[in-house]
Ligand binder design. Structure first.
Ligand SMILES: NC(=O)C1=CN([C@@H]2O[C@H](COP(=O)(O)OP(=O)(O)OC[C@H]3O[C@@H](n4cnc5c(N)ncnc54)[C@H](OP(=O)(O)O)[C@@H]3O)[C@@H](O)[C@H]2O)C=CC1
Ligand SMILES: CC(=O)N[C@@H](CCC(=O)OP(=O)(O)O)C(=O)O
Length: 343
């Protein structure tokens, strides 16, 4: 089978990562690659690491250029993808790396994004209980945000098992700077980022908060309250998430490890590390893997889970391609076998 794929936002970080991974996908032929201000440029001028595609020309992100493909990846700023997706044929598989179609609550969308809600698509995190089936045959998929991917994978087994209190979840994540996209931002200049760390979006302000709460509430069957604090780390890629939650009274803490191990035993891309080994962002760079470790803090009655992903791979492009594979009935590992880059 040959799947003809268009990639929009190909001059950006997420679109570039989709192209990097698709260039190793045995069933895919890369069709249109599109951009906005960089339309007309040679891809190699903007993404020099994509050597096999260097001479391809970026064309405008228009419905005409994206039509005639089996799959269209949208790696555009939020707002832009909803507009274009609405005009693409219903039988085209459209996979949106942006936020437009992730939230179910229009109220939460308007509160955090300040615009009109575009609707909800199946959520592309197949490791969540029950989610894989919703992606089979789907023609619209919302790729999760990078922080929600690392946070939901870290806590999902505990909420699905009813082991964790829903009121008191605390998540702190450190992200590499590519999470913010390629557009020049003053706080991301080398001199600001190198050699130090700093939080942002503090105090329940970050737009990934409702997305994490939504995913956990669906598993626990009741509202979940999350205090989420993102921090910016002096590295180009990677997310380290530390998630803690109070273990329910009467729940045996020694059972927790078994719950996580069982939940991910058959997952191709999620590894619960052997006891005592703590995850490192470097181990998953460029790969579609998530690694995690957990411990019970007896003093506070809290479970601590740390997880790592590459924000651009499992956190965006790899997760998007994994979902594409499922939607089209392929093995979800296809094209995603690369291991991490170390040291
Ligand atoms: N970076 C990450 O780790 C993650 C990103 N995402 C999401 O993926 C999407 C892309 O992010 P990212 O690649 O980081 O961002 P970048 O800023 O690196 O790239 C943005 C891309 O969108 C194009 N673009 C900008 N404005 C418009 C417009 N008005 N219409 C059409 N195209 C436009 C740009 O084209 P040009 O360069 O030609 O102007 C560029 O190709 C966002 O929605 C982001 O939230 C999701 C998860 C993680
Ligand atoms: C480091 C950094 O700035 N990260 C981004 C998250 C990237 C992402 O996943 O954004 P979307 O939800 O828009 O897809 C941020 O905090 O805004």
């Amino acid at each position: 089978m040959t799947i003809r794929v268009a990639v929009s936002g190909a001059s950006g970080y997420a679109g570039g990562e989709v192209l990097r991974l698709l260039s190793n996908h045995p069933e895919v032929e890369i069709g249109a690659i599109t951009a906005h201000s960089n339309a007309g440029q040679r891809l190699g001028a903007l993404q020099p690491h994509l050597t096999s595609l260097a001479d391809r020309e970026l064309v405008d992100t228009t419905v005409e250029n994206l039509s005639g493909h089996d799959v269209v990846f949208l790696a555009l700023p939020h707002g832009a993808s909803a507009k274009i997706a609405a005009e693409l044929p219903k039988d085209t598989l459209v996979i949106d790396a942006g936020a437009d179609h992730r939230l179910e609550s229009a109220q939460e969308w308007e509160k955090f994004y300040g615009s009109e809600h575009a609707g909800t698509w199946p959520y592309g995190l197949p490791e969540l209980p029950g989610q894989r089936q919703k992606l089979l045959g789907a023609r619209r998929i919302a790729v999760p945000g990078c922080y929600p991917t690392s946070s939901l994978l870290a806590l999902a087994p505990g909420f699905a098992a009813g082991a964790l209190e829903p009121e008191d979840v605390v998540i702190v994540s450190a992200s590499g700077t590519s999470g913010a996209g390629k557009t020049l931002k003053p706080h991301l200049l080398g001199g600001e980022v190198m050699g130090g760390m700093s939080p942002y979006g503090v105090g329940g302000m970050h737009r990934h908060t409702p997305e994490i709460e939504q995913g956990l509430a669906q598993l626990s069957g009741e509202p979940v309250r999350v205090s989420f604090t993102p921090t910016l780390a002096p590295m180009p890629r990677g997310i380290l998430t530390t998630a803690t939650a109070r273990v329910k009274e009467g729940f045996e803490p020694t059972a927790l490890r078994g719950i996580w191990e069982k939940a991910y035993a058959h997952e191709a891309f999620v590894q619960v590390l052997p006891e005592g080994q703590w995850p490192h962002t470097k181990s998953v760079l460029g790969s579609n893997y998530a690694q995690m470790q957990l411990a019970f803090d007896q003093r506070t009655g809290r479970l601590i889970v740390t997880s790592v992903i590459d924000n651009l791979t499992k956190g965006t492009a790899g997760g998007a391609i994994q979902s594409m594979n499922i939607a089209l009935g392929m093995s979800e590992r296809t094209g995603l076998q690369a291991l991490g880059v170390a040291p």
